[in-house]
Design a protein around this ligand. Structure first.
Ligand code: NI
Length: 178
């Protein structure tokens, strides 16, 4: 088990556009993906993008049954998504609070597309195509933004809904301090 260091906002490596993955199911890729899951689980994250551990590849993971940081969120299947393409299925957006392991201790309300299709491949280069909505759609948009060098505070429309988790969500276990 290898928990990697998660880069924090301000690190220029979080602002890069990630490169497409061209190698699949190699020892290096298997190790990278295992480390990403170890890192995400150790931090109780809902998702993690490779650039957050300094690897500039179009690779994100996400999913959970129950998440301590988002106790009211419906479960999202554990997914490895590589070289993703997102297609909104309507123009409708909704606001919802997000945190980020690269922005510890804070939460902000971010407008996201309500419904979208995500396509890409998994770690074995098998195609993935899913139509999703709600929190699942939000998580995917958040993670794929990391591949574009975008962190959620850059998407906030109403900064009165941006603040410290411990202040705005006192019910969240302080050990899950993002
Ligand atoms: Ni994030």
């Amino acid at each position: 088990m290898t928990v990697r260091e998660i880069l924090k906002m301000g690190d220029p490596r979080l602002l890069r556009v990630a490169e497409p993955v061209t190698e699949f199911d190699t020892p290096a890729m298997r190790e990278l993906i295992a480390d990403m899951f170890d890192t995400m689980h150790a931090a109780n994250g809902a998702g993690l993008a490779a650039p957050q551990i300094g690897v500039n590849l179009q690779l994100v993971i996400f999913g959970f049954k129950q998440n301590a940081r988002y106790p009211d969120a419906p479960q999202v299947p554990e997914t490895v998504l590589i070289n993703p393409v997102l297609t909104p299925l309507s123009d409708e957006k909704e606001e919802g609070f997000e945190g980020c392991l690269s922005v510890p201790g804070l939460r902000g309300s971010v407008p996201r597309f309500t419904q979208l299709r995500y396509e890409g491949v998994d770690q074995f280069q098998q195609p993935i195509s899913r139509d999703v909505d709600g929190f699942h759609a939000r998580v995917v948009q958040h993670e794929v933004d990391h591949l574009l060098g975008v962190l959620y505070p850059m998407r906030i429309a109403d900064f009165s809904k941006f603040g410290y988790t411990e202040v705005m969500f006192p019910g969240i276990d302080p050990n899950d301090d993002d």
